[in-house]
Design a binder for this molecule. Structure first.
Ligand SMILES: [Mn+2]
Length: 324
């Protein structure tokens, strides 16, 4: 049993050591860095039944390059841009991603079906394309309504057409909201039940497209005005938690201020600090509706003295009720 969610029998850690969705490498080292901060033993204080299911198999970039060369002998410039959706070799990348996302979705389904909370450690944010597919599979079987809380400096609301970079970690939420034929993703999220918290690096078109559909965006402007966080928490309690049956939290560490969490691939100035996150995670724990949690975008290469990895552990523990 987890201290603040009686419906959960235990917690299963799942690592996704992949940075294939990002042009900046290094977030593949995230799961190792978080585990090395003693996550497992800390979780044991909160939930007696904690298991680590290990990592999802992720192919090496080098292996994928070699496969690309076989299909596209004319491609000889190897670089991180090769993984962009605009790359001529993307269909090769996609076969690897599909395998990885399907494996993650299967693991998530297995956890949820045994009333356990999948605690997913990324990895870049594109992993949500796999994790949320698994969560929705179970939610639909149960005829339930899922709320998605997306903590992020960015909206991640592009699709493979609208994205300038073609980086997959900038499009997981867009793909899940609109569907994306190139990525083979059908629309899964109900926009009304998606909240984005902490966004501050936003394309106007991306924001308007999401808001027109009904996605609730609580950007840094809403959170930093006087009484802003109080108002957002009150609104979420009234209009979000009461309406959904279960909640998935997707926590991109770049939602935090870079002074607090420097170890991310795409830092953005002026983010959330400890007290804000504490209050938001306490609300999640007290709701008793959390069914899955992912911690993404930790990039240990940019971390300072493991500060971001330790902080990531703290956020996880709060979400599971350690600060209640
Ligand atoms: Mn993100």
């Amino acid at each position: 049993m987890v201290s603040y969610n009686k419906a959960l029998k235990g917690v299963d850690i799942i690592g996704v050591p992949s940075d294939l969705g990002a042009s900046i490498v290094g977030s593949n080292e995230g799961p190792f860095a978080i585990r090395n901060c003693g996550l497992f033993s800390s979780l044991k204080y909160l939930a007696k039944d904690v298991a680590d299911r290990g990592n999802i198999a992720v192919s090496l970039r080098e292996e994928i390059y070699a496969e690309m060369e076989r299909h596209h002998p004319q491609i000889f410039v190897h670089g991180d841009r090769m993984f962009s959706t605009h790359s001529p070799g993307f269909e090769v990348v996609k076969t690897y991603l599909d395998k990885m996302f399907a494996a993650l979705a299967r693991e998530v389904v297995a956890c949820l079906q045994s009333q356990r909370l999948p605690l997913i450690l990324g990895g870049d944010h594109s992993l949500s394309m796999g994790s949320l597919r698994g969560v929705y599979e179970v939610i639909q079987q149960r005829s339930q309504r899922l709320g998605v809380m997306w903590f992020d400096a960015h909206l991640d609301g592009h699709d493979s057409q609208s994205s300038i970079s073609g980086n997959l970690h900038g499009m997981p939420l867009g793909a899940l909201l609109y569907g994306d034929p190139l990525l083979g993703i059908k629309p899964l999220c109900d926009p009304q039940d998606v909240v984005i918290i902490g966004a501050r690096s936003v394309d106007r078109g991306e924001r308007e497209r999401m808001e027109d559909l009904g996605v609730h965006i609580y950007g840094l402007d809403a959170l930093s005005s006087s009484g802003g966080l109080d108002a957002v928490i009150a609104t979420l309690k009234k209009d979000f938690f009461t309406k959904v049956d279960a909640v998935h939290v997707s926590f991109d560490l770049d939602v935090c201020d870079p002074q607090l969490a420097p170890g991310v691939s795409t830092p953005e100035l002026a983010g959330l600090f400890e007290r804000d996150i504490y209050r938001l995670m306490r609300m999640v724990a007290l709701s008793e509706k959390l069914i899955s949690f992912e911690m993404v975008e930790l990039n240990p290469r940019f971390d300072k003295d493991r500060q971001t990895a330790k902080w990531a552990c703290e956020v996880i523990l709060w979400a599971l009720g350690s600060g209640v």
